[in-house]
Design a protein around this ligand. Structure first.
Ligand code: GTQ
Ligand code: FE2
Length: 342
């Protein structure tokens, strides 16, 4: 029975009265709990976005733009900067000689290098030179600044868990007193100490972010090569490796899970869905991604998003490598994570 038909009844007056007291009768709520969100599948073609990044370089100086980033905004989330309910994604461009000043924030961040040589990120006192295909960790509240010491533009994908911090009302941010933070560790020290299947004896993990701050592509590729030789592909994911925090075996962030997967040429994957929202960046290859009722032709450096509980599958015309990050770590920690394969 609709509430309106009770307008002049005792019940109708009751409902109006309690609503004026900021009380809502739960039994009046329609819909209830169900998985998924209003977020939609979306795809950004790098061939279309790249010219706009270069245009931004002509129009906006590095001084004006603290970070020269085009946010990939879900069409249902206009004005939020977010690619889905739980994640941020942006393409950042930095020209030769430019620096992006040091700051820190409570959201955790990752970079996935898309194109260009000679850029670095400095994180927590360590300078991390970056190559295409590398995955870089910026833990919550770690100082970070970027620079391009090369001769060509450098573009990377920024992935952040900003919506988590916003949700909890815990989104703090601070500028460093200097544009560049002091470097007090040797270049790439984190991987040469923590990335060797050994951990310093006295190291105490807080269980949050990985002590390894860079996962270089040459290692990822070598691991995928070995995995490809060793066994059969997963029916939905192909050959997929998850980046691990070596101190815990779990994810590199408290909120985000991060992976690289290889789909062999001709691969036609099963349909899969999970409660996770996932952002994908094509590192190599061409094919198609079917996400919900949308089919996207995918090419190198394209980015696309799969909303929660939306079925998706992949087809590979040539061998594909897909980088991805999702809110899986956060969902697992909270006991929400579920998945389903066709
Ligand atoms: O490079 O530090 O795309 O703080 C969004 C927020 C990049 C960064 C983004 C950030 C950064
Ligand atoms: Fe930042």
């Amino acid at each position: 029975m609709a509430v309106t038909s009770r307008a002049n009844s005792d019940y109708g007056r009751f409902v109006d009265e309690v609503k004026d007291m900021s009380l809502f009768p739960l039994w009046e709520r329609t819909g209830g709990l169900k998985p998924g969100s209003s977020c939609v599948p979306a795809h950004w073609s790098y061939a279309e976005v790249r010219p706009q990044l270069l245009r931004a370089c002509d129009l906006i100086s590095k001084k004006e733009a603290e970070r020269r980033v085009l946010c990939l905004e879900n069409p249902t989330l206009r004005g939020t900067t977010f690619i889905c309910d739980s994640l941020f994604a942006g393409l950042q461009i930095i020209m030769p000689g430019e620096i992006a000043a040091s700051h820190r924030h409570t959201p955790s961040a990752l970079r996935f290098i898309v194109e260009g040589e000679g850029a670095y990120t400095a994180v927590a006192g360590e300078k991390l030179p970056m190559q295409p295909g590398d995955f870089v960790v910026t833990p919550a509240w770690a100082w970070h600044d970027h620079g391009n010491l090369g001769t060509a533009p450098v573009v990377w994908l920024d992935g952040l868990d900003t919506p988590f911090a916003r949700f909890f009302g815990a989104a703090f941010r601070e500028e460093h007193a200097d544009d560049k933070q002091p470097i007090d560790r040797p270049d790439g020290e984190s991987i040469s100490v923590y990335g060797m299947n050994m951990i310093p004896d006295e190291y105490q993990s807080d269980g949050h972010s990985s002590p390894v701050l860079i996962y270089p592509y040459d290692r990822t590729r070598a691991a995928l090569d070995s995995m490809t030789k060793a066994g059969k592909p997963h029916p939905a994911h192909g050959y997929r490796l998850r980046y691990a925090n070596p101190a815990t075996g779990k994810h590199p962030f408290p909120t985000m899970a991060v992976s690289m997967q290889r789909l062999p040429k001709g691969f036609s994957g099963k349909t899969y869905r999970s409660t996770g929202s996932a952002v994908f960046a094509v590192h190599r290859g061409t094919g198609h991604a079917q996400i919900g009722d949308k089919t996207f032709a995918i090419a190198p450096h394209d980015v696309f998003v799969a909303p929660p509980w939306t079925p998706y599958s992949f087809k590979a015309d040539s061998e594909i490598e897909l980088f991805s990050y999702s809110d899986r770590a956060g969902q697992e920690a909270l006991g929400y994570w579920r998945e389903q394969i066709d």
